[in-house]
Design a protein around this ligand. Sequence first.
Ligand code: NAD
Length: 499
Amino acid sequence: MSTPKTRQEWQERASTLDFNGQAFINGQFCPAVSGETFASISPLDGKILTEVASCDQADADLAVIAARQSFESGGWSQLAPAKRKKVLLRFAELILENREELALLETLDMGKPISHALKGDVPATARAISWTAEAIDKIYDELAPTPANQIGMVTREPIGVVAAIVPWNFPLIMAAWKLAPALATGNSVILKPSEKSPLSAIRLAALAQQAGIPDGVFNVLPGYGHTVGKALALHQDVDCLVFTGSTGVAKQLMIYAGESNMKRVWLEAGGKSPNIVFADAPDLDRAATEAASAIAFNQGEVCTAGSRLLVEASIKDEFVLRVAKALKAWQPGHPLDPQTTCGAIVDQQQLERVISYIEAGVQEGATLAEGGSQVLQESGGYFVQPTLFDNVTNQMKIAAEEIFGPVLSVIPFDTAEEAIAIANDSIYGLAAAVWTADINKAHKTAKALRAGSVWINHYDGGDMTAPFGGFKQSGNGRDKSLHAFDKYTELKATWIELS
Ligand code: NAD
């Protein structure tokens, strides 16, 4: 079958999909123990795609038992790294072989444009798995410097049962950033996808099994955060909890860990990232184009969205015009149309949240320079125009709080010191960008920014080779790169006396 090329062809392909909404525990697809389900609603038209198992404590218990048994059996955890690598590489291949189905599930479930899901999310998911798999049989443990009659071994061991709770904005990629290092290092994993986007994770389970991942090593529990998510976070037999999502839930997970077994908790949380444009930026057109994509890509539902645009006052008015023009390339369209750049907001609740922030911006006295309205209501789906506010202060709600939608706040500044102070005046510290032709200013500003990723003269760079995560209330630990392995392993010191 060739890749669909038009909206109609994608719709025809979508009509052939067989949605699976079941949990996956110990190698079996199954309903929730309670028999409860919830409706998976497509943000494209507000219609029900399928019913999904609504897992809770009982399912969490079953999945943890399966994960624990598979871990203890050693069938995966004790396997030679090269053998785990082979299975994971097959898993990555299968993801690519099923790219159109996975892309469709992603688009139908959470509203992103099909061309982005197909060319971005699915290959990035496969790459996260294959890159990590390739690394796992090339990492050595350590020997401590000792006198001749001693041997000090410093080794890494898998931590055991890992629960991964992920969000809906990049369902496959966020899952892969956790699954890949967790599985590569030999752990058994329970994945809890967001209740807003569970379908691609359930499909991943079938592909993992097809690739040869043993029963119990990879389980998927769809359901709500306050039910199955909480049950996993409070579980006495989960060793490690990895999370991507909001800062509010991240804080709650730390409490759950403290109230239960002190499981390791690794958090990738929210952001309110500053994108700083100095008057001497080398290419102001590119800076404006990327300022627009930094807020409109994925409907602004990106943890690293460049949601605060700090512009040197001398070029601010002219630059705002350029950004407003660039945003016109991001008008919402039908997500199954391959030409669409900006899709649907994930659900009615998130749409209302975005609109309430737009209203707050107007009420607080910011200048609405572009967009600001809900559109395409006739579709039954949830669409909002990318929105630009000028004359924002950093204290306004739209500049201080994470909106997680396509709403950009422009804040002027006069000096580098002032730009840095505004940029760092946030509870978050996930990412930041700096645009300047002055190498000294670029480096000095980058060093002063309290953020896990800093981009110079572009927005949102990096790949699997670079760690990703946040300072401050954007989280702890890092996904991607070899640093990700730190989350999923315990260090053991074995000291031997030779006689
Ligand atoms: P969310 O925090 O509402 O939900 C994330 C996950 O946590 C979901 O699976 C949800 O069901 C679960 N959950 C909710 N309450 C829970 C509870 N009490 N116990 C256990 N689990 C619970 O976030 P979201 O709306 O899905 O995603 C948006 C957020 O994710 C934004 O804040 C965004 O910045 C953040 N995010 C961060 C990164 C990053 O890498 N830093 C990447 C993507 C998204």
